[in-house]
Write a protein that binds this ligand. Structure first.
Ligand code: ADP
Ligand code: ZN
Ligand code: ZN
Length: 747
């Protein structure tokens, strides 16, 4: 990285351009401190503290330095916050700059997003405890199995050390080695504890060998792996049915990359980061595998980030924002379940981690693999048009066949006799059944049987869900604004006592199942039941023990898991998906159905999928059932082409919310006029709206948006860029907020 002070004819810089988290889309000029001027630290990405507006001390990032003389009297930065290297590496800074341009969001805000929370503040950083590993002593290396005649656990532990050299505390947890065994081996002089300032991965044993744990690939997998080249940028779509062994391809490609001494970044959806996924990676590799996700505290995230930057963590598995993790020599990015909605941030910088990852791979000239059984239509379009390399896995990797979906006509979501029967048979075969219903709580609403009053939220355009807190205590909860009320004892409108829960959520299905199958473990897996720490791990343990049980839950249960003994999947409550007002509605439903169905029969047993629906004849559903997701997506793509929607058009929303619907509408109307009349009359651009968001009123605010479509992306960006500059200067009406959403995913 060139030091800025050496640029520009070797003149010492007179001012610094600093990105600061503020709503303004520009950088701000400051004077450098004296000792910074000739310091080798003066490179882009440096973290400094400055005063800005009314704030005395905030973190900014140096973007550039300049020899200009400023006409204004400038303030000096207060201090340089980095001591050896700038916080943002040149790669991450380049990625932030792209994000800022593409999503039309202030660079300072994007830079802050890319930083661990603790680095966003100018305060001193916590010190990491020295890390340590256990290693075999010379004596330990000379042992043989006979030395452990009666101590089976110690033998297993010793073997693990022989295989891997050194093991960290995290590693011994994953490998299920007890502290008692470790202590016994230390006492016998077989193990020693090594504290290392900067532990480096055990390169000799980790990198040089073929991994003995790699599975022998089937011919489709082999073809896919052979076609993934790890030396340059290319985007691969690994389009493989559920259970086709995509993860095995990830693992073997990662092996190639770490063999070269490079690092790999694996992105997973928000709820995909289960202990099961992580241990699958940790069990495979002899090098550290770290995770980054929202469940970690700020300190843990900082330390993981620092280790990654220092090259001590060759493999990171993380959710959305880990796309900004720095590595000294990144060699591969994987985006698992690339179609997943959680990759798109829905507030602040509305970036897509998948698309940002593709740009990062391109900027760093490394390969990226997007994996899914149900690729997003945008991704498929890119694969079909040849921009991405399309790799197919059409068969399950195990002996089982993909399950077929059978429809069971039903007008409500209580379990039909056929379903109950199928669950009973599954349990009798000592197998597990999964019941999917995408609605948490007991019932989506409470209704008066006399006057048809329903429990609506006062602050939102939505109904309040009835939750059971205990057998006798209930609560009405608005999932939009989080308001919680005690349910009324009689109808607020007609005072009738005949109030009844209407419809079915996971809690009600759970209750129904408990009554039908007393004595069978019933595990409910949704956000409410899993909010307590360790709860998901407990549930997974029971599931993985393969004892007969019934799982009931939301999409938390539906995605990415590999449950070996689940042979029946029941799907309830998806009918509203047929009538979604969103043009992506059918795509999402096809993905969800395929993913849930994909949980059944993944290993030894043939799977069955039962879908309870009122619309069994729906043509799209028929297409999916008889011809699969791939055929459905072809059809949806041709519909998109006819309707001029993405991926055949580029799209952005100007979103706006205000306390009055009228002020939001008026603001967007004016914005539209302005765009159409003044900014660009390019025929490539089309405007629609203002339109109300799917949930128009949320927490007493009204949400509207203006849709802009373009045949040429550059036209869209030109309008957005110019518009931002204008809107930024104007004073928005009081209480009104606007923002830009590029490639919006939800209306
Ligand atoms: P996906 O990621 O495509 O859903 P997984 O990678 O979870 O699929 O694989 C499903 C199951 O198939 C796992 O139990 C995995 O161990 C097994 N599997 C994958 N590849 C092979 C292979 N080549 N030979 C045998 N089993 C395999
Ligand atoms: Zn009533
Ligand atoms: Zn509400």
């Amino acid at each position: 990285m060139p030091a800025l002070s050496k640029n520009k004819d070797h003149l010492a810089p007179t001012l610094l351009r600093v990105a600061i988290p503020s709503p303004l889309r520009r950088t701000f000029d400051y004077l450098p401190t004296k000792d910074l001027i000739n310091s080798s630290l003066l490179v882009p990405g440096l973290r400094v503290s400055v005063s800005f507006g009314g704030q005395k001390n905030i973190v900014g990032i140096v973007i550039d330095a300049d020899n200009r003389l400023s006409e204004h009297k400038l303030k000096s930065i207060h201090a340089v916050l980095d001591d050896e290297q700038p916080t943002l590496t040149s790669e991450i800074l380049a990625l932030c700059e792209w994000c800022s341009r593409y999503y039309h969001y202030p660079l300072g805000e994007v830079c802050h997003l890319a930083l661990p929370t603790l680095l966003r503040k100018p305060s001193p950083l916590p010190i990491k405890e020295k890390s340590f590993t256990w290693q075999l002593t010379t004596q330990g290396r000379q042992c043989n199995a006979q030395n452990f005649s009666r101590a089976k656990k110690q033998l297993a532990a010793w073997e693990a050390f022989v295989e891997r050299g050194a093991l960290s505390p995290e590693h011994i947890k994953v490998l299920d080695i007890s502290r008692t065994s470790i202590n016994a081996l230390i006492e016998k002089g077989i193990l020693e504890k090594i504290t290392d300032e900067k532990p480096t991965p055990n390169t000799k044993t980790a990198f040089d060998t073929e991994n003995p744990k790699a599975l022998t690939l089937n011919s489709e997998q082999k073809h896919a792996l052979d076609n993934i080249h790890t030396d340059t940028f290319n985007c691969y779509l690994l389009d493989g049915v559920t259970g086709s062994g995509k993860t095995e391809i990830y693992l073997q490609t990662i092996q190639k990359v770490i063999n070269k001494g490079q690092q790999a970044l694996v992105l997973v959806p928000e709820i995909g980061l289960t202990p099961q996924t992580v241990s699958r990676f940790q069990q495979r590799f002899n090098v550290p595998v770290a995770t980054l996700h929202s469940g970690m505290n700020d300190k843990q995230r900082l330390f993981t980030w620092q280790d990654a930057k220092a090259g001590q963590t060759p493999i990171i598995i993380g959710t959305r924002s880990s796309v900004f993790t720095p590595f000294p020599n990144l060699g591969l990015i994987i985006v698992d379940e690339e179609h997943d909605l959680s990759y798109k941030q829905q507030d602040g910088v509305r970036y897509s981690a998948r698309d940002t990852a593709i740009v990062r791979a391109q900027q760093q000239n490394i390969p990226i693999i997007l994996g899914s059984a149900t690729p997003a239509l945008e991704t498929l379009h890119n694969a079909i048009s040849g921009r991405f390399t399309h790799l197919h896995l059409t068969q399950r990797a195990t002996t089982s066949q993909l399950p077929n979906i059978h429809c069971i006509p039903s007008s409500d979501d209580s379990l039909s006799p056929q379903v109950v029967n199928a669950i009973r048979q599954t349990l009798a075969k000592q197998q597990q059944a999964l019941v999917f219903i995408n609605r948490r709580g007991f019932a989506p609403t409470l209704i008066c049987q006399d006057c048809h009053w329903v429990s609506e939220c006062q602050n939102c355009d939505s109904r309040m869900t009835l939750h059971k807190l205990s057998p006798t205590r209930q609560i009405l909860h608005c999932h939009q604004c989080d308001t919680k009320n005690t349910p009324p004892s009689k109808c607020p409108k007609c005072h009738s006592k005949r109030l009844q829960p209407l419809g079915q959520g996971t809690q009600r299905s759970e209750e129904e199942l408990r009554a039908l199958f007393p004595g069978t473990p019933i595990l409910r897996i949704d956000r409410d039941s899993m909010s307590r720490k360790g709860e998901l791990a407990n549930a997974l343990e029971i599931i993985n023990s393969e004892q007969p049980c019934i799982l009931v839950g939301t999409q938390m249960l539906a995605k990415g898991h590999h449950f070996a003994n689940v042979s029946l999947a029941v799907i309830l409550g998806i009918d509203s998906g047929f009538f979604s007002s969103d043009f992506r509605g059918s795509e999402r439903m096809g993905q969800l159905l395929t993913q849930v169905a994909g949980r059944a029969g993944r290993e030894k047993h043939q799977g069955t999928v039962l879908l309870q629906t009122e619309f069994a004849d729906h043509p799209l559903l028929q297409k999916l059932i008889h011809h699969g997701y791939s055929a459905l997506s072809q059809q949806l793509l041709s519909e998109r082409r006819l309707c001029d929607t993405p991926p055949y058009r580029h799209m952005a929303f100007i979103r706006c919310h205000a306390f009055q619907a009228n002020s939001a509408i008026q603001f967007l109307q004016q914005t539209r006029q302005h765009c159409e009349n003044t900014l660009s009359s390019s025929p490539s651009l089309q405007y629609l709206g203002p339109l109300a968001s799917t949930i128009e009123k949320r927490n007493n605010r009204y949400y509207y948006y203006l849709q802009i479509k373009a045949t040429k992306r550059s036209d869209l960006h030109y309008v957005l860029k110019t518009l931002c500059l204008i809107l930024e200067k104007q004073r928005a009406p009081k209480g009104l907020h606007w923002l830009i959403d590029v490639d919006p995913q939800e209306t």
